[in-house]
Design a protein around this ligand. Structure first.
Ligand code: K1U
Ligand code: ZN
Length: 184
């Protein structure tokens, strides 16, 4: 039976480590971890999760975009597991958009990310996949890949960038009709 796993919080050393590649995708423990990550993500209402967030230092992420108040046009996708993901290319063009983190509770900020990515990863059957992603999905992938390298989104913020509480964030997005700012 899949389990909902506890989430590591900022300050825990596991979130600062570089995670190890998955050696054997067919290992039953790896397949069970994927099921646990999917259930934990569903239970947390997040749009992504990385294995170090559940105290497992392996290079596994799940991406599960869905429309939300700040990204009403975000695609609704089936959760996508990426094992040993690699960013092959990222656009020079960036955009600024709101992020939160299950490991950094009650904090939201606007983070600058590349708008478009070319990725290589293994799917849960072990097939090598190369694919392009953009917009909110590319943002989630960059956030989750940062977790694999021990980076949390506050470390991506230029000095003086405000970090809002959830209540302040809700107020800010209620008063805003702007889409994420694109920069070429
Ligand atoms: O990895 C995580 O900690 C999950 C995180 C992923 C993420 C959210 C937003 C942008 C990039 C990556 C979350 O799911 S936080 C909760 C959430 O659903 C959300 C927060 C802010 C904006 C949109 C969604
Ligand atoms: Zn996070």
């Amino acid at each position: 039976m899949p389990r909902i796993l506890p989430i590591a919080k900022r300050g825990d050393p596991i979130l600062q480590q570089r995670a190890q590649p998955v050696a054997d995708i067919h290992d039953p423990a790896v397949q069970a971890l994927l099921d646990d990550l999917l259930l934990t993500l569903e239970a947390s209402s997040g749009v992504g999760i990385a294995a170090p967030q559940v105290f497992v230092s392996l290079r596994i992420i799940i991406v599960a975009s869905r429309p939300n108040p700040r990204y009403p046009d975000a695609p609704l996708m089936q959760p996508l597991a990426m094992l040993n993901p690699e960013i092959l290319w990222q656009s020079a063009a960036t955009c600024t958009g709101w992020e939160g983190c299950l490991s950094v509770p009650d904090a939201r900020a606007q983070v600058i990310r590349a708008t478009r990515l070319h990725m290589r990863y293994l799917d849960r059957q072990g097939a090598v996949v190369e694919a392009a992603f953009d917009g909110f999905i590319a943002r989630i992938i960059q956030h989750e890949c940062d977790h694999l390298d021990g980076i949390l989104f506050p470390e991506r913020l230029p000095a003086q960038t405000p970090i809002l509480t959830e209540a302040e964030f809700q107020q800010a997005i209620r008063g805003s009709t702007h889409e994420p700012v694109l920069k070429q």
